[in-house]
Design a binder for this molecule. Sequence first.
Ligand code: NAG
Ligand code: NAG
Ligand code: NAG
Length: 426
Amino acid sequence: MVSLPKITFFGAFCAIFASTAASRVLELSDRFMDIHKEGQWLVMMYAPWCAHCKRLEPIWGHVAQHLHATSIRVGRIDCTRFTNVARAFKINGFPTILFFKGDQEFVYNGDRTKDEIVRFALRLSGPPVQEITRTQSFEAIKKAQDVYFLYIGERTGHLWETYNKVADTFQPHAFFYQSYTNVAGKHAPSENTPAVFVYKENSHYHFTGEDRNDREALNDSMYKWVNAERFPTFPKVTRGNINQLFLTNKNLVLAVVEENQLEEIQPDMIEFRDMVQAVIMKKRDKYHDHFQFGWIANPDLANSIAMMIVPLPSLIVINTTTSHHYIPEDEPRKLTPHAIELFLEQIYNESAPTYGGNGWLVRMYRSWFEFRTTLSEMWKGNPILTMVLFGLPFGFLLLICYSICCADILDADDDEEEESSHMKKD
Ligand SMILES: *[C@@H]1O[C@H](CO)[C@@H](O)[C@H](O)[C@H]1NC(C)=O
Ligand SMILES: *[C@@H]1O[C@H](CO)[C@@H](O)[C@H](O)[C@H]1NC(C)=O
Ligand SMILES: *[C@@H]1O[C@H](CO)[C@@H](O)[C@H](O)[C@H]1NC(C)=O
């Protein structure tokens, strides 16, 4: 009884907090089509009936709260009421997150978490390359970004122009900065400027590209370098970022573990993941050009890649150009760093057996596998609902088939009966 007022107070507090967070979200109408080119907008296109939209709603409130002090306006549009908006922006799924900046329009495809969405908006809101003018800013940037690119030097010359162009292409996916030797101080090497670096995990790597006077070769090599370097050395791989990882054209080496709802992982799986991580951390130079490492916390994603229930923990390697995958022959728990290295060597010299791929038969099998897995998950979660949803239509289907196929037999029986009754009359 005593604690009751406290709960109510807490509840009220939450309600107030939630409502201020939600109230930062602008409810937009079809008038948005007239004003979307003015300023910067982060907009969620939603439908009231869509479950994913409902799940995104509280996150969207927090995104709006977080971006409140910036020039980005956060809103949402009910596409079932304003169908002309959905048509104008070619929305074909809900929710769709869009960022508008002048004439430009960007679709967000990443994970629907507050941090990721906020970062996406912040990356796009500034110019492709953001200038760092104060030494103190480096600390804040290091804390906020796990990967970022840095150009040190004056804003002229081929290297700068190429950097700027590549930054423009990758702006939705990475942070690009520019600064000067005297501003960067101890935060960047001061020799041989201008120079381009990537920063990750307390290290930096120097871009040592082609001949700086050959514009095309320079563009090509910097483009490839940025595309390959824009990920952490050992990222968590999700449905939101796996498509971007596929664009690296490397082999993805993934440690598959399982995370519970509280984002906890069992100690033995953590040990396995750390072991896989150690391989790339210790031998980055050897593997970096051909292998992108990472880890998956959602076994469903790994299952749908491998088209089977993978044991946990396990290791799976995917060739991102052909979508073939490789599975070590050893039992995953018995894998050692040495065994992993041998396995990667076999993949590299193409002597390891491959599975899957991207043929139509494999794609059909994958769809079937996913359907079957979803069905069995549903069955475990709620057998009665699954029965009603799938059993009932199936039952009807059977009944229809039965009546079509067996109709002749029934008719025949009827005829015979009739005939026999005639006979009796005679
Ligand atoms: C730079 O190189 C990339 C990748 O090779 C290419 O797609 C892009 O069109 C090039 N840009 C220019 C301006 O040449
Ligand atoms: C993926 O497989 C193709 C065909 O076997 C091969 O040419 C390519 O080098 C492989 N990719 C990587 C990153 O090894
Ligand atoms: C590929 O690499 C493995 C592991 O080092 C080795 O045993 C095998 O002989 C190699 N195969 C070819 C065809 O080079």
